[in-house]
Design a protein around this ligand. Sequence first.
Ligand code: FMN
Length: 330
Amino acid sequence: MNMNDNFKIPVLAAPLQGVTDNVWRMAQHEVFGGVDAYYAPFMRVEHGEVRRKDLRDVNPERNAGITLIPQILACQPDHAMMMVDALKLMGYSRIDINLGCPFPPIALHRKGSGMLAYPDLVEGLFKALAAVDEVEYSVKMRIGWDRNDQWRDILPLMEMLKPVNIAVHPRIGKQQYKGDLDIEQFEALLAASSCPVVYNGNLRTVEDIEATIQRYPKIAAVMVGSGLAANPGMFVPDAAPGDYRRFHDLLVDGYTEQLNGGEAQLVRHLQDIWQTFLPGTGRKLFKAIRKSRTLEQYETAAAAALADVENALKNAFSDESADSGDPDFS
Ligand SMILES: Cc1cc2nc3c(=O)[nH]c(=O)nc-3n(C[C@H](O)[C@H](O)[C@H](O)COP(=O)(O)O)c2cc1C
């Protein structure tokens, strides 16, 4: 795995269902980069088969040139096996196990973070997965479902699976994405784990990452989710202003090609991107994006918002050169 030039440990792009799909990943990689490996949003079995949409998203042809780690979400070993078999057929030998999803319809069915309250189910799943040849795993988890010490019953089960690493988001599932991170429990888990641990949570800037690496020299990697969705150029301090426009246009092209529900679906999807993308976008500009009904209206509104970002970047650059201490010959 290539190391990010900025840090001594790898940077992993967290999976965000509905955001970091193959179109987003390829655009981020092409325009900005700085990510060592991308995790795909979780795959699942529905109506007795692996969702086709999920399989399409991880198709190697749609992920050329990047390191992609597909993720599976299952509680039943037979469902997990269906996904593992499908991924092996596609040539994958590394698969991530989701023990973190907090979404109630999933967690209340004892999947994702909901499974953390049932170590016996995790044991059954790990046992089946560990028996598969030629595949190595990683685990992405929270510290618990409804208690912050439930990881203590899960950690010993890792011996069976021997994951490459465990990415930990230090919240319990019931918190969803709200409330404080439980750093005390993260530190206890880090100290207790014999597997490499990846830190994941609220890393929004390069400085946040540097501070985390300094605070936890033992971590194997950092994983960045919402921070990278908000600013896909976070690892490129000198991103050219036009880069955000180029990134955005690659999304428009990609979704125009891959979504086949007509213009209304395309516009809705593009609008949804702005729920996480460039959260500093002014209220009026954001509202115009939300209100657009046709692709033409959307493109006009998005162009205005992107021009605003580009201006802000240009100003930042000219401020920097003014502060650079270059001799003034005037
Ligand atoms: C909209 C959304 C979708 C997510 N989808 C997934 C997913 O498919 N698989 C997963 O393991 N985590 C998923 N997560 C959790 C993130 O990968 C990550 O663990 C979490 O956002 C915390 O990291 P951050 O503070 O850097 O965003 C999702 C989070 C959000 C907000």
